[in-house]
Structures are given as C-alpha cells and as structure tokens.
Ligand binder design. Structure first.
Ligand SMILES: NC(=O)C1=CN([C@@H]2O[C@H](COP(=O)(O)OP(=O)(O)OC[C@H]3O[C@@H](n4cnc5c(N)ncnc54)[C@H](OP(=O)(O)O)[C@@H]3O)[C@@H](O)[C@H]2O)C=CC1
Ligand SMILES: CC(C)(CO)C(=O)C(=O)O
Length: 343
C-alpha cells in the first residue's frame, strides 16, 4: 500500500480532532473527520481555517473536506485518531469494534493516563497506541481552530505508527515517538491539574496563571500528586523547562519572579484567549474529564492506602461548577484547598 492511499479517521472531531486531522489533511493526507452535527455543520458552511501561535494560517474549502456523522466511515480507516473526551472512550471503542477493520491502528490523543488501557481492554487483539497532545486548541469562530500554546505531539513508539510519520512531517505537524508513554501521560496529567483550576477560575489560561493564588492552588494539587507518584515509584516524564518536582515551587513564586521564570522559557507560550479543555466543557454545559485527571490521583492514593484530599476537594468543586456554581476567586479557591490539605 502506498503512503498516499493510507486513510486516517479522526473519531471525535472537536477541538483536538479537527485541528490535528485538519492539519494532516492540509498536508495532503487522506483524512475523514467523524464528528457530531454542530461541528460538521459549521465546517460544511465555513470550511476549515487552521491557525497557530507561530503565525501559521491554512484553509481547506468545505467541498474538499471529508466529513462523516456515521461511524461506519471508520470502515475505510487504516489509522484511527481517537479524540473524544475521556468519558466517551468506551462508547467510541464499541463503534471501533463494530465498524473498523481489525488491522486498523488506534491512537488515543486524549488527556489522562487510562484511555489507551481502557481501549485495549475494550478492543482485544487490536493495535492501540497511547498519544499525547501538549498544546491547547481553541475555536475563535465557526470552522476556525487555533493552536494557542506550543509543543510536540507524542505517540507510543511502534512499527505500526512508522508509516504515518511521513504524513505528519508533510503536514509540518511535529510528532515524537516515545517508548515511555506511561511516564509521558503522568507528566501531562501533572500539567492538566491546572485544567480544573482554570475551569473554576472562569478566565482564560493566561489571566488565570497570572494570579498567584490560582497558581498556588495548582501547586497544592501538584504537590499532592508528586508525593503519591514518588510513593508509587512512578517517574513522570519531563515536560516543563524546570524539573517536574520543582513545578509546585515555580507555580508558588510571587508574580514578578514567576513572570521572569516564564519569560526565560520556564512556561510554554500561551495565547491570550486560550482556555483549558475543562473550561470549554464547563462553558458548554458538558460533563468534564475531572474524574480522569484529578480522579486518577484518588485511585492511586487508594491503591497506596493514602488520601488525596486536595484533589478530592477540587473534584467536588468541579461537580458544583458542572451543576452551575459561579467561578471561584483565586483567594477563595486557594483558601478552600489549603483547608482541604489540613484535613
Ligand atoms: N482542547 C484542548 O486544547 C486539548 C484537549 N486535549 C484532550 O483531547 C481530548 C479531546 O478534547 P477536545 O478536542 O477538547 O474535546 P471536544 O469536546 O472539543 O471534542 C470531542 C468531540 O467528539 C464528539 N464525539 C464524542 N463521541 C463521539 C463519537 N462516538 N463519534 C463522533 N463524535 C463524537 C463530541 O461531541 P459531543 O460534544 O456532542 O459529545 C465532540 O464534538 C480530551 O481528552 C482532552 O483532554 C489535549 C490537549 C489539549
Ligand atoms: C494544553 C492543555 C495543557 C491546556 O490547554 C490541555 O491539555 C487542556 O486544555 O486539556
């Protein structure tokens, strides 16, 4: 089979799926975006516009997009990029089991440490690889998808993914192959502990991270997580410019010092409007992924016979926000999490 005949299906064309799939399509790959009505209707009306913080600007006209609502479109795929939110993984696996060819390779591009394992359990005998998207994607307008932070997509190293690497290269979509995906996913989860704080703050990432008590709230979550990871013998992969164990200390710095560390490359570049995917979920009235991010620490704590009171409190607050509670100020959130830590 020649490279140009390999078909990629994105299952779950939302922010990440449409951006990554769209970039691959703009680079010449054969991509079908499988998604839901509203997203596809916008793409049919406006076409796809892809921008990034480096100034990249690509467009695909509506009539050149391959869009499908019917999961039967999985049947033509050689590679499936799974981009649904974590609570939707099992349902997506059922669709893959029903419609995809047995030799199709499945790559999870989701946050959280358990999606690839849950897929493997639901899809015995199939090739499932873990993946990780480090950057934020936002939707500034209908059909417009914008990469708002920097980074390189990482995918589990396997001969099964090798034939697709040139398609990523042709799309100028940086991708790295890694043998240590468990460590990569735990490292990303440490960063994703900011998601809930950003969602509870109700402001864009840049504005939230600029406030020390929001950063200190994240630091409390990360300190608890790092101590559990140490006890479990899990070494998270390096993501930030500072060692991962230093993250809570950097996040706790006073504003001026923090700004200096960030300016020296201690933080990825963040667009003014970018919000965490959990903030997007809250804004759209969807159930969040908090159980698959902060919740993993409760699972780990239970396995170790320990507690994770700070992350448990964050989950309670996100539940309240899902039910309509108003955003929390930085001072109020930090005070609540400090209280939770004291027990
Ligand atoms: N957004 C971001 O910046 C980042 C997100 N991530 C991670 O990437 C993953 C995807 O996130 P994101 O793109 O933000 O999520 P979105 O909610 O934007 O996209 C998922 C889309 O998939 C649709 N969907 C769900 N199930 C199916 C299905 N079975 N068939 C077809 N479509 C389906 C959803 O529709 P509906 O809403 O109707 O269910 C939704 O439109 C998450 O794990 C997230 O944590 C990682 C890095 C950054
Ligand atoms: C990129 C990042 C860390 C923040 O947007 C993210 O993973 C998310 O929003 O889920």
């Amino acid at each position: 089979m020649g490279e140009t005949t390999r078909r990629i299906a994105v299952l779950g064309a939302g922010l990440i799926g449409t951006y990554v799939g769209g970039r691959l399509a703009a680079g010449g790959a054969d991509v079908v975006l499988i998604g839901r009505g509203r997203v596809l209707a916008d793409l049919r009306t406006h076409g796809l516009h892809l921008t990034d913080l480096e100034g990249g600007d690509r467009r695909i006209a509506a009539d050149r997009l391959n869009l499908a609502e019917d999961p039967a479109a999985l049947g033509q795929a050689d590679l499936i990029l799974l981009c649904v939110k974590s609570p939707a993984t099992e349902d997506a696996a059922l669709q893959i089991a029903q419609f995809a060819r047995p030799d199709a390779v499945v790559v999870s591009l989701q946050n959280g440490v358990s999606n690839a394992d849950r897929l493997r359990a639901a899809l015995p005998g199939r090739t499932v690889l873990a993946g990780m998207v480090p950057y934020n994607v936002a939707q500034p307008g209908p059909g417009h998808y914008h990469q708002g932070t920097s980074g390189v997509i990482l995918i589990e190293d396997s001969p099964a993914i090798a034939p697709y690497v040139p398609l990523f290269a042709a799309a100028a979509l940086a991708v790295g192959l890694r043998a240590d995906m468990a460590a990569v996913l735990w490292g990303k989860l440490l960063i994703n502990l900011n998601n809930a704080v950003n969602a509870l703050a109700g402001v864009p990432l840049a504005a939230q991270i600029a406030q020390r008590n929001y950063r200190r709230s994240v630091a409390l979550c990360q300190s608890e997580a790092l101590s559990l990871l140490r006890r479990a013998g899990i070494k998270p992969a390096q993501f930030a410019a500072v060692p991962m164990w230093l993250l809570p200390h950097v996040f706790s710095l006073p504003d001026g010092l923090f700004r200096r560390v960030a300016a020296r490359g201690g933080m990825p570049r963040i667009d003014r409007h970018a919000r965490s995917s959990m903030a997007e979920d809250l804004a759209s009235g969807r159930k969040t992924e908090v159980d698959y991010l902060n919740g993993e620490l409760l699972v780990l704590a239970q396995r170790l016979g320990r507690r994770a009171p700070v992350n448990a409190r964050v989950i309670e607050l996100v539940r309240k926000a899902e039910a309509g509670a108003a955003p929390r100020s930085a001072d109020a959130l930090y005070a609540e999490l400090k209280k939770a830590r004291r027990g």
